[in-house]
Design a protein around this ligand. Structure first.
Ligand code: KG4
Ligand code: ZN
Length: 339
């Protein structure tokens, strides 16, 4: 089954042709980073406008990369999927309108996909794994620990009480005078720094599966007030120590949960799962504890339409194609729910 997928939940306009949930025929991602960098965060109105400009060229390129043209679209594509939420409302709307237009012109079924499920199953594209497993979604908007009992059957253990983990990286980068998005910049600098130079708080919140990253941020702020940055090496040491505190917290909570729920796999997804230290630490702890670790390639960690098409494939396999397509509305605060 060939699915044409569209993702526009935040600041990436993406489209993909994906066959049977795993064979990515094309994937185009147009990032708006340069537009939002000067504001140190995503500006919703600018994001919507950029999606409007980008959506048609991105769709055309995804089709041509998959060697499909608009004449043979109906013959080669079986269904269309799009991110229905959560995300920025104007941004979601652009993807939804494009998907609905294609579905109604070519008379194809339309499959709505929850963005969080995109991150949750993004590893599946390269490693078709079977539930049950523990999933940790770590992105700019979410930090969620979930037991995936079956496809579309979730037990949500916890989430963040304040900042999402990617947001904490981005805000820390701003405090350090670094650019946006801050996560990859801190990560790169951290590779050159000493992770034991400064001891930032580890918010383990023992007894709860929730996360809280505002404490680490405050401890960074207090440290910077008392110790202004004096050299590039000092900055790299701060980045390395901050990254270490976050990676250890994620690692601690995920391994506690996997043991508690008697699972043998941990699946990561979302932008922060491309963090070098997070990846190394999870792989190492996985080896020591005999837990299999699934990490998407960096292109599937970030927001991308292939993961949306992958979920659409899994969803239709389990639930069929019975959506009332043109009634579907983007839902900015959509939560994870069972199929
Ligand atoms: O999943 P994603 O692309 O978009 C959302 O759904 O939010 O995640 C973006 C977030 C940003 O906060 C970015 O700083 C963070 O992921 N990020 C990283 C790294 N790469 C991206 N954080 C830490 N280390 C990285 N290497
Ligand atoms: Zn995302």
């Amino acid at each position: 089954m060939n699915i044409f997928a569209i993702e526009t939940s935040c600041d990436e306009t993406s489209a993909s042709v994906i066959s049977n949930g795993t064979d990515v025929k094309s994937l185009v991602i147009s990032s708006q980073t340069s537009i939002h960098a000067k504001f140190c965060g995503v500006v919703p109105e600018l994001a919507s406008r950029a999606h409007i400009e980008n959506i048609n060229p991105v769709i055309a390129k995804a089709l041509s990369d998959a060697k499909i043209n608009f004449k043979d679209f109906a013959k080669k594509i079986d269904a269309i999927s799009f991110t229905v939420g959560p995300g920025l409302s104007g941004a979601l709307l652009v993807g939804a309108v494009a998907a609905k237009a294609l579905a109604s012109v070519y008379k194809k079924p339309l499959i709505p996909v929850n963005h969080l499920e995109g991150h949750l199953y993004s590893s599946f594209i390269e490693n078709p794994l079977k539930p049950p497993f523990l999933a940790l979604i770590v992105s700019g908007g979410h930090t969620e620990l979930i037991v995936v009992e079956d496809f579309g059957k979730y037990k949500i253990l916890g989430g963040t009480r304040d900042d999402a983990v990617g947001e904490a990286f981005d805000k820390a980068a701003k405090m350090l005078g670094l650019s946006y998005p801050g996560g990859p910049i801190i990560d790169k600098r951290a590779e050159q720094g000493n992770p034991f130079a400064i001891k930032f708080t580890r918010p383990y919140l023992k007894g709860s599966w929730d996360f809280s990253f505002s404490g680490i941020k405050t401890s960074l702020l207090n440290y910077l007030k008392a110790n202004p940055i004096k050299s590039q090496q000092h900055l790299n040491d701060i980045c390395a120590s901050f990254r270490m505190a976050i990676a250890e917290t994620l690692n601690f909570k995920a391994f506690e949960a996997v043991k508690k729920f008697n699972l043998d796999k941990i699946v990561l997804g979302g932008g922060v799962s491309s963090n070098f230290l997070v990846r190394r630490m999870f792989l190492e702890s996985g080896k020591n504890n005999k837990i299999k670790i699934f990490l998407p390639s960096p292109i599937y960690c970030t927001d991308n339409a292939a993961m949306i098409g992958c979920v659409a494939y899994l969803k239709q396999k389990k639930c069929g194609l019975n959506y009332n397509s043109l009634q579907l509305k983007p839902t900015p605060s959509l939560v994870l729910s069972n199929w």
